[in-house]
Design a protein around this ligand. Structure first.
Ligand code: SF4
Length: 433
């Protein structure tokens, strides 16, 4: 089977690339060139037809992902389907199902059937999660179990997989020798490190990377090379372990891309604002300009309950400096499993960050809705304003709840509406002249 990259290399217009170009409103050649040189991905499992495929990477708008998924403590397929519905309705370009409970497979199947957007997963959760539920030691998981879980996810139709291939023995040893304030905060990364430490072995996802490439090639599934050693607090940002992992991911990106399998690189995490630019530049240079998928970054550690804001600040900066894909963070981050309302807030927050960055990057057409909003405000055309809003329901409700007597304005300034005053000042005067 020919993958999207292989088709692009011979200049062939693959059906998925054509549909994506139409939806993105960009020339097909831009996508074909990006696929061929690895600066752009279109996550799309060859075994299913995605209603709304997306391009992530150079030359297209910044995309956002919403993580959903149950935990063993709170497991309900209905809840997760509702989160999926909300995420897509509010504008998530992709969704990741991070379910870790015993019913993960049936939940994933239902999400795959219902999702109009590309879907990502983390197969390591299932392998290690099942072992722990069965009362086995993480170290007793054998290598074939890991690879067969990856194959299961590909066969089920998942479009991109987070795989923590860069958690190498050298990176873990650097983490231990340099020391960290907060250890490993990635679930997959910490479980893999436990397996490696207890077995005294290299990460099999790194050691047998070609085997992974073969599996993903068969289904044309995209790698999301996971940052298993990402910093979990500002103090650990850009430490030796993080950079060592990034160097490995760059090497693996090259191997995978050469073999015709698409790759994104995942990035931090918790990063203070003054280190965001260097993180993006390092990734682009070490990973051959592959699309960069950042998890936040969160720019301060002391705002639990508001991490949709800390991550939107970091995400906007990261995307302005060149990150291509933002993983949303919800107000529930660090506190509990998000519910559907958290999903809504997280999606809107990430969309604000992505859109602000698109404007700053000069993405063609990015400013158009903002210009139309200014014009609608000038006309007091509230219906147009709601229609242009990222969240029309909230915008309408907020105004309706406090309509002033002079209802073509809003209760912010009421009868002192500055825009009305401006019109009186300049337009009435002009009429007299
Ligand atoms: S009342 Fe104030 S905030 Fe509301 S439309 Fe007029 S100028 Fe804008």
């Amino acid at each position: 089977m020919e993958t999207l990259i292989e088709a692009a290399r011979r200049g062939h217009s693959h059906e998925t690339a054509k549909r994506t170009a139409e939806l993105e409103g960009v020339p097909l050649k831009l996508l074909i060139d990006g696929l061929a040189d690895g600066t752009l991905v279109i996550p799309s499992n060859s075994s299913r037809r995605i209603q709304r495929p997306v391009a992530i990477g150079r030359g297209v708008t910044v995309k956002i992902n919403a993580n959903i998924g149950s935990s063993a403590d709170r497991e309900s397929a209905e809840d997760e389907l509702e989160k999926l519905r909300v995420a897509v309705a509010y504008g998530a370009h992709t969704v990741m199902d991070l379910s870790t409970g015993p019913e993960w497979k049936s939940i994933l199947e239902r999400i795959l059937r219902s999702s109009p957007v590309p879907l990502g997963t983390v197969p390591l959760y299932q392998v290690f999660g099942q072992a722990i539920r069965d009362g086995r030691d993480v170290a007793d998981v054998n290598v074939d179990e890991i690879f067969s879980a990856v194959e299961d996810h590909c066969r089920m139709g998942v479009d991109y997989l987070t795989l923590h291939c860069g958690v190498t023995a050298r990176a873990v040893s650097l983490l231990k020798s340099q020391g960290r304030k907060l250890g490993i905060v990635s679930r997959g990364g910490s479980l893999m490190a436990e397996w490696m430490e207890k077995n005294g072995r290299e990460n099999p996802l790194f050691e047998h990377f070609e085997r992974l490439v073969e599996i993903l090639h068969e289904y044309d599934v995209t790698f999301s090379l996971g940052d298993g050693l990402r910093p979990g607090c500002l103090a650990d940002a850009s430490d030796q372990a993080q950079i060592e992992e990034l160097i490995s991911l760059g090497e693996l990106q090259r191997i995978s891309h050469d073999a015709g399998v698409q790759v994104m690189i995942e990035g931090p995490g918790h990063v203070p604002m003054h280190k965001i630019e260097e993180n993006i530049r390092m990734q682009k240079s070490l990973c051959n300009n592959a699309p960069f998928y950042v998890l936040g970054p969160i720019v301060t550690d002391i705002a639990p309950g508001y991490d949709h804001i800390t991550s939107a600040i970091g995400g906007a900066m990261a995307a302005w400096y060149g990150a291509d894909f933002l993983c949303y963070v919800t107000p529930a981050e660090h506190l509990r499993l998000p519910d559907a309302e958290d999903v809504r807030i997280g999606v809107i927050s990430a969309r604000i960050a992505a859109h602000a960055a698109d404007i700053a990057r000069g993405t063609p057409g990015a400013m158009d809705p903002d210009d139309r909003m200014a014009e609608a405000r000038d006309r007091f055309d509230w219906e147009a304003q709601y229609g242009l809003s990222m969240d029309p329901i909230t915008a309408r409700r907020e105004r309706d709840e406090a309509l002033p007597s002079d209802s073509d304005v809003c209760s912010m300034c009421g009868h002192l509406c500055a825009l009305k005053t401006t019109k009186r000042a300049f337009e009435d005067k002009r009429e007299k002249d």
